[in-house]
Design a protein around this ligand. Structure first.
Ligand code: XUL
Ligand code: CO
Length: 439
């Protein structure tokens, strides 16, 4: 492996009482929990686009972050150098995975063929780096939203030629993801939606999107790609309306078009809140139908109306999310991908380390708290008791489909007015706090 470039060293676990800022307080990668290390449980992943392509630009201003390794005239050589630095970072921050869009890792060429050649050169290098460090690819995806050709969508573009171009791009992205042993492949439909219904055939666009996904599934089968396909819902931005609005509409889409056997969900915190839901809600909706796949770990800002992609340090929000994830049996081959970026004035390399340390520590703490809460089972017991009338007698018959309005009418006549029972929300909120804030 090449010499270290970053001036910050290995991040080590120092414990909750440590005052060393550049150390883990809760994420001890080697800690054994039920026979697996925390590193194996949490499957943290670094988002290449934010951490190694992000410049701090926003709609009002140009980039503020400049990294020395980004200098050079040949874009592919810069991409190779950048990959070295990225892997040094993955190693030092103890992240076992990374994720990318095709255009994050290699520059787009003047033609599709040239873009593919650029990718091949960088992918060969990434493969070596993966082998040397043990860092793996959590998922790959294709950027079908930056280039102007996709301004009216990729799979939902009104022009079949754009559909074909996008298909060619995803074909290559699948090949590359397979080549690098990617465990998943993500579809985030950034421009798969509309700006105005005045120029849009909504029914046709949704059918085209489904056709595109079926083609991807078919091609994956052809080349022997075994990864899990994931849909990442987001309600809007950049489009006014995105077809994968939230998990519930994603489920309807997958089931309508016979795709639910092939896809699960990659749920992003900031996308959940943009859709008017909590993170926990989106996880539970996916888990309820067995379609929880992976997490894009970030958060928004309640006072800003867009996708701010911040690192999440909210212990309560993540503990609730972790409870839902653990209850669903975990993420399987998914993981926690930090789809989060530095604030525009956070221009130092050190900030990149602080950001990930905070995200990883908060998730690790939430994981431990959620395990304790589930082990003690107080919430589980409360909820089970609340539905206990459905465990026996006519309640059980309702759940088993053995009931009818006629028999239920007889029960209602016989039993009369049901006795109201408190939902105990305030008690439960206090109970949650007793775990989060043990003095
Ligand atoms: C955009 C977003 C994407 C996807 C991958 O909001 O979350 O970065 O995660 O395309
Ligand atoms: Co995302």
């Amino acid at each position: 492996m090449s010499k270290d470039i970053l001036h910050i060293g290995q991040i080590k676990y120092a414990g909750a009482d440590s005052d060393q800022a550049l150390s883990f307080k809760h994420y001890n990668p080697a800690e054994l929990v039920d026979g697996k290390t925390l590193k194996e449980h949490l499957r943290f992943s670094i988002a290449y686009w934010h951490s190694f392509r992000g410049t701090g630009s926003d709609p009002f201003g140009v980039g503020t972050i400049s990294r020395p390794w980004e200098r050079g005239r040949d874009a592919v050589s810069v991409a190779l150098k950048r990959a070295d630095v990225a892997f040094e970072f993955f190693r030092k921050i103890e992240a076992p995975f990374y994720c990318f869009h095709d255009r994050d890792i290699a520059p787009e060429g003047r033609t599709l063929r040239e873009s593919n050649r650029n990718l091949d050169r960088v992918v060969a290098h990434l493969k070596q780096l993966q082998r040397a460090t043990g860092v793996k690819l959590l998922w790959g995806t294709a950027n079908l939203f930056t280039n102007p050709r996709y301004m009216c969508g990729a799979a939902t573009n009104p022009d079949a030629q754009v559909f074909a171009y996008a298909a060619a791009q995803v074909k290559k992205a699948l090949e590359v993801t397979k080549e690098l042993g990617g465990e998943n492949y993500v579809f985030w439909g950034g421009r798969e939606g509309y700006e105005t219904l005045l120029n849009t055939d909504l029914k046709r666009e949704q059918a085209h999107l489904a056709a595109f996904m079926h083609l991807a599934v078919d091609y994956a089968k052809q080349i022997g790609f075994q990864g899990q396909f994931l849909i990442e819902p987001k309600p809007k931005e950049p489009t006014k309306h995105q077809y994968d609005f939230d998990v519930a509409s994603g489920i309807a889409f997958l089931k309508t078009f016979g795709l639910d056997r092939h896809f699960k969900f990659n749920i992003e915190t900031n996308h959940a809140t943009l859709a008017g839901h909590t993170f926990q809600h989106e996880i539970e909706v996916a888990a309820a139908v067995g379609l929880l796949g992976s997490i894009d770990a970030n958060t928004g800002d309640t006072l800003l109306g867009w996708d701010t992609d911040q690192f999440n340090t909210d212990v309560k929000e993540l503990t609730l999310a972790m409870i839902a994830i653990l209850r669903a049996g975990g993420l399987g081959r998914g993981g926690f991908n930090f789809d989060a970026k530095l604030r525009r004035p956070s221009i130092d390399l050190e900030d990149l380390f602080h950001a990930h340390i905070g995200g990883m520590d908060t998730y690790a703490l939430a994981f431990k708290l959620a395990r304790r809460i589930l082990k003690e089972g107080k919430f589980e017991k409360f909820v089970a008791d609340r539905y206990a009338t459905f465990d026996i007698g006519y309640g059980k018959d309702i759940e088993k489909g053995k009931s009818s309005f006629k028999t239920l009418e007889q029960i209602a006549f016989k039993l009369g007015e049901p006795k109201p029972r408190s939902g105990r929300q305030e008690y439960l909120e206090n109970l949650l706090n007793s775990y989060l804030h043990r003095g």
